[in-house]
Write a protein that binds this ligand. Structure first.
Ligand code: ZN
Length: 91
């Protein structure tokens, strides 16, 4: 299983990180990664970058902002616990 954040690379390349992101070819890297996962039958998904890890996928409760070091989603309303990446997936 592999998850990548769905980043708007075109917008990013016009901003502060323009030189670095264009040099590294981040968008192309994600596409290659997706292809390699497909070939090797590894589950690959892009996750929304817009705060979806703040919403419980089980009950929809707002669980608050998480710092990047917090990798687990735990809902205080319904008790649902999963990894942060799984919680961010859109159906
Ligand atoms: Zn919940």
């Amino acid at each position: 299983m592999l998850f990548a954040e769905d980043i708007n690379f075109v917008g990013w390349q016009r901003g502060m990180l323009s030189k670095q992101s264009a040099d590294a070819g981040f968008g192309q890297f994600v596409r290659i990664l997706e292809w390699v996962c497909f070939r090797r039958q590894v589950y690959f998904a892009k996750v929304d970058k817009n705060g979806t890890s703040q919403t419980c996928p089980n009950c929809g409760a707002h669980t608050g902002k998480k710092t990047l070091d917090i990798r687990v989603h735990h809902c205080h309303e319904c008790g649902y616990t999963t990894t942060r990446d799984v919680a961010s997936l859109k159906e």
